[in-house]
Write a protein that binds this ligand. Sequence first.
Ligand SMILES: C[S@@+](CC[C@H](N)C(=O)[O-])C[C@H]1O[C@@H](n2cnc3c(N)ncnc32)[C@H](O)[C@@H]1O
Length: 285
Amino acid sequence: MTIGQLIDTAVGPIALGMSPTPHRDAEELYALAAGIAITEIDRDAEPDDKTAEEFQRLTDSRISGVPMAYLTGVAPFAGLELRVGAGVFVPRRDFSDPVEPALEHVRATTAPLIVDLCAGAGAVALAVAHRRPDAEVHAVEIDEQAYGFAELNAADRVAAGDTAIHLHRGDVTAPDVLAELNGRVDVVVTNPPFVPEHAQLPPEFAVHQPRIAIYAGPDGLDVIRGAVDTAARLLRPGGALVLEHGHLHGETMPALFAADTRFTGVTLHPDRFGYPLYLLALRAG
Ligand SMILES: C[S@@+](CC[C@H](N)C(=O)[O-])C[C@H]1O[C@@H](n2cnc3c(N)ncnc32)[C@H](O)[C@@H]1O
């Protein structure tokens, strides 16, 4: 069997393990097993036994739902390579991008003040800081393990030349979180946990990633409600909230904001497949 055939035979089982990107996963796992870049894979050559064994081990893990990024140790996001591992939410490079609307809102603002609530590995905050070196970026994360990865990634980005972000270990629903920034923030961006507790998810999310990153009470809004209160307190009049809520809340979000006079100009934005992804709301006043 050639390397190409070995990779191809893994695609079907990986797809059955509910990966949305089985071809790419199979190639990445082979490259990882062989210790080479994907571009160095010679599909016509024969694999050595050690590489084939390691590829099988990695493939079995992937089929059981272990996130690709836990296997590779790296998550690409918005042009950055972030360190991740068990215990932290994997930034979703294919679906999740509240970075662009956040940047768009401050395109004409010098030295904007930007806050990322529920920072995880620091993906959104670090991507914003990378693109806007003049920005003052704060990021809040409650979980110890996630915060540890955010610290590592923040240090990596400073070493790479980006402006340092301000990391805070805390609860985004607390009434005093980042109180020193009250009424001054240009953009609050957040990708909080938003899945209702009873929802069925693939093992990649339900089993392998931390519950605190995924689930948020019976209706999935336990963290969103508090984060919205925090955003309303932090934002200056005209400042923007960019809130990722996923397709589960395409109807609950407009209802939540319709009754909230603190925000105006609420718009819903789909992902590239047309499913609800995030909303943008402006602080009234
Ligand atoms: C869906 S993950 C998103 C992480 C990151 N923003 C990203 O896009 O990769 C949600 C994160 O929120 C954190 N979190 C959950 N509840 C929180 C709370 N009350 N305060 C602060 N962070 C919280 C979780 O630990 C997790 O890291």
